[in-house]
Design a binder for this molecule. Structure first.
Ligand code: HPA
Length: 272
């Protein structure tokens, strides 16, 4: 569990290296970290140098903050996110979100690789997250020091900002890119799901499955940040196709979607 001073020390360290006030934190998911290389006037800060930050151990997650300008906005990118399956707690995973908020960020833009549960999807589809299901009942807000907050309970009716969902649709249309809607079903991993779990998730209303997102969103909503979530269907979820799931396909699809995904993200960031 962290105390206010821990967040403050991390924020002060980052601030001492930056000459911008970030408007948004952008968290880049598996295979989607390349966008951070497009930032102008960028400053790179390895997580290992930031007080209290955990390191990224997941494959292809570089483990550094990249601060700079993207599509005319000052942003902070996490090139590599933190996951529960790395042995981290929900508080660890969402620590950077609270630090970004202290640095001035009022928006959180998430990207994630997902398995497609909804059989209307195809591998390679981009999906705007409209809601999530977290049946693990874990939360970064459990035990959080709420001094300075007016309430303990956080409304999650619009966890993903409705205006941002509409904006992303408009920008996707302009780019002639299709952008579906979907409910994100959280599974902590690191094993992929069983076909029976995916069947259950579908019955419960999940369209996409993944091993991240929910703790970052809960923290952001606690801090009143507006949230947008972009998913990429890197594979059909377990049991839908008669083929085993592999890490490789996730990275291959991420790489294939790089230009399309990056293009949409930049248009969105320009107008968010
Ligand atoms: N399951 C969980 N997480 C994922 C998947 C999946 O099928 N694909 C990409 N991330």
């Amino acid at each position: 569990m962290y105390v206010q001073d821990n967040y403050r020390e991390a924020a002060d360290y980052i601030k001492s290296l930056l000459n911008i006030t970030p408007e948004a934190l952008i968290i880049l998911g598996s295979g989607l970290g390349q966008v951070a290389n497009e930032l102008e006037n960028s400053t790179l800060i390895p997580y290992s140098e930031i007080p209290h930050f955990k390191s990224s151990t997941a494959p292809s997650h570089m483990g550094r903050l990249v601060a700079g300008r993207l599509a005319g906005r000052d942003v902070l990118c996490m090139q590599g996110r933190l996951h529960i399956y790395e042995g981290y707690s929900p508080a660890d995973v969402s620590f950077p979100v609270r630090v970004a908020s202290m640095l001035g960020a009022t928006r959180l833009v998430l990207t994630c690789a997902c398995g497609g549960i909804n059989t209307a999807y195809n591998v390679g589809d981009l999906v705007m997250l409209t809601d999530y299901i977290n049946l693990t009942h874990t939360s970064p807000l459990v035990g959080m020091d709420i001094t300075g907050f007016d309430a303990r309970f956080v409304d999650m009716c619009h966890a993903f900002d409705r205006e941002y969902i509409a904006l992303a649709k408009v920008e996707a249309h302009k780019l002639d890119t299709s952008l579906a809607d979907g409910v994100y079903f959280y599974m902590p991993g690191p094993q992929f799901e069983t076909p029976a779990e995916i069947k259950a998730a579908r019955i419960l209303g999940g369209d996409l499955v993944g091993m991240s997102v929910v703790h970052e969103v809960a923290m952001a909503r606690r801090l009143d940040m507006r949230v947008a979530g972009f998913g990429l269907v890197t594979n059909m979820a377990a049991g839908i196709l008669d083929a085993p799931l592999t890490e490789d396909e996730i990275f291959t699809e991420g790489e294939k979607a790089r230009i399309r995904f990056g293009g949409l993200l930049k248009q969105f960031v320009a107008r968010m």
